[in-house]
Design a protein around this ligand. Structure first.
Ligand code: 5GP
Length: 197
């Protein structure tokens, strides 16, 4: 059976990665979206084990000590990490894995697992991103400015990525993402492995 591939999706919070991913999942069934662990408090409507594994700082440190994370990073005052075992078992089952993580974590994975495909989701403009963050209404004005600054710094790392998807409309962005996954499965080495040489 063919092994799944890992795709990292990064981009500023508020850019709409979650919505784009949701639409992608309607098109592609054989995809596992990793559930990260975080020390940040749950937002309204977020469920433990579904959106994140919500951990206290001590438990997060224990997971680090047990080498349970594929990567972990600090982001705007909270810790985030990708649990290793679910990612590996999904890939072994032949499913593609999507990790929605920020840049520091993406670069850690790129170093550990260079076959990983890195995709950056960008807003059409910074003004549009600020508008979306404000509309979301989950962060204070100070936190929004902090997230915007962080987003601009993150975008400077976009050249370490393989693809940039611009989220002008959710439909366009999901279609581009879908095309990238398809293209990555059409790579020569992968096709040779299936067809035989
Ligand atoms: P939020 O607090 O808005 O849910 O997420 C903040 C940032 O943390 C987003 O850029 C998100 O992609 C990133 N993030 C979520 N899970 C992980 C993870 O497991 N590892 C890393 N490095 N970043 C993560």
């Amino acid at each position: 059976m063919r092994k799944g591939k890992t795709f990292v999706i990064s981009g500023p919070s508020g850019v709409g990665k979650g919505t784009v991913l949701k639409m992608l999942l309607e098109k592609r069934k054989n995809v596992y979206v990793s559930v990260s662990a975080t020390t940040r408090p749950a937002r309204l409507g977020e469920e433990d084990g579904v959106h994140y594994h919500f951990l206290d700082k001590g438990t997060f440190q224990d997971w680090i000590a047990q080498d349970a994370f594929l990567e972990h990073a600090e982001y705007v005052g909270n810790f985030y990490g990708t649990p290793k075992k679910f990612v590996d078992s999904a890939m072994d089952e032949g499913r593609d894995v999507i990790l929605e993580i920020e840049v520091q974590g993406a670069l850690q994975i790129a170093e550990k697992r260079p076959e990983t495909i890195l995709i950056f989701v960008a807003p059409p403009s910074w003004e549009e991103l600020e508008r979306r963050l404000t509309l979301r209404g989950t962060d204070s004005p100070e936190k929004i400015q902090e997230r915007l600054q962080r987003a601009k710094v993150e975008f400077q790392s976009a050249d370490a990525y393989h693809y940039v998807v611009i989220n002008d409309t959710v439909e366009n962005a999901a279609q581009e993402l879908d095309a990238i996954l398809t293209a990555e499965h059409c790579r020569v080495m992968e096709r040779m492995a299936i067809i035989g040489t």
